[in-house]
Design a protein around this ligand. Sequence first.
Ligand code: ATP
Ligand code: MG
Length: 140
Amino acid sequence: MAVTRTFSIIKPDATARNLTGAVTQALEEAGLRVVASKRIRMTREQAEAFYAVHRERPFFGDLVSFMISGPVVVQVLEGEDAVARNREVMGATNPADAAEGTIRKRFAQSIEANSVHGSDSEENAATEIAFFFEPGEIVG
Ligand code: ATP
Ligand code: MG
């Protein structure tokens, strides 16, 4: 399996509880390398565009409001089979279903305030990375 990249967000519930370091440590311990990272406050327009795929879902409005409710840390992660590796260490969307030791099991507060985002395919990872980062900001 090749070294690939994925896109991660440390969500507002985690930054609010000062968990940026703890989440990043869990990612690094899972074999993922942070090759780009910045703390931003997403605009409503950015959050709506980022989650456009969920526009018709009943939770869309709440999700956008949550994602702009505080700072987030957007990151590019690199490692062996990075998309799948990251999804594994993140755990299930709903922390009630997440496996022991995963980030969402350890830190998430609810299905919405679930501490992290991770790309779900290599194609979406490339799109999401380009949404937040210029190529020169990524240093492997
Ligand atoms: P993410 O895309 O953030 O990595 P995911 O791929 O595990 O999470 P998605 O189905 O893509 O889950 O949903 C995107 C986000 O929308 C979830 O992470 C969560 O914050 C929120 N969400 C998903 N389902 C629900 C729901 N039923 N109620 C409230 N919020 C939800
Ligand atoms: Mg998703």
